[in-house]
Ligand binder design. Sequence first.
Ligand code: ADP
Ligand code: MG
Length: 290
Amino acid sequence: ATPTALLVGTGRGSQLGILIRGPQVLEQTRRVDTIVLDKTGTVTSGVMSVTEVHPAEGVARDELLATAAAVEAASEHPVARAVAAASPVAWPDAEAFASHAGFGVQAVVNGSAVVCGRPSWLREQWSVPIPPATAALLADLETRGTVVAVARDGGYLGAIVVADTVKPTSAAAVARFRALGLEPVLLTGDNAVTARRVAGEVGIDTVHAGVSPAEKLDVVRALRSDGRVVAMVGDGVNDAAALAAADLGLAMGGGTDAAIAASDITIVSGDLLVVADAIRLARRTLGTIK
Ligand code: ADP
Ligand code: MG
């Protein structure tokens, strides 16, 4: 999977919205036996919305939402869009914004350092003290969605839960992958409980959750050194390294430029059924369909 500038539509492929980097890509699809799927934006719609807001004691709900929105407004992550859209009040400007792919974001808001992201990241990377009762709450919230924990000047400010829905065609696509002889694997930076729930909904048994972008790359490499021929499907900046390392990288059309640049094939519609079509089409073109 070498990034080059140009994607081309080849005949039938372009009619289906399958953009292929070049004819050599078809050969790569022939022996693929494992398909690794990113969760957010690939198996799920990636359009998230806030479902629960839990301010810390003494913190007003609007203050938590506006503080988080101030930081998240600068991020393009689906989680960030949901948080920014949920603030009922105008948020202050943020300075010195920085994004940590697969973990969360940070910025300075009204002179205070604010971080928003995975609860474990706030605890381990930012040493935010989380009392046992709050830790229990966060663990419970993770059964219901993706949890954005918020801290200001090192103190815990509260948690916001965002949830996502599985794309309508994802389960049918997973069945199609199996019929093509591909073993599906779910790969996500999101928490294990949410990942398992989504995997169950679409019929995937193998799940790697809570993985950083670097660990996504490791999973793809490990599968390849086990002798698997790996297709990876993703949409995010966090997927780019894994997409480039796979035998065949497929980007979702609505995804980030980084994912598209790292991939061999772009699926314009972002529909996983079309990923199955792309693999079938390539095999048929080479006369090797099973
Ligand atoms: P996925 O692998 O499912 O596409 P990511 O690797 O992009 O997910 O993100 C992994 C996790 O990191 C998210 O589920 C979320 O908990 C956290 N995260 C990523 N970006 C942000 C953000 N902008 N704000 C808050 N949390 C974030
Ligand atoms: Mg994604």
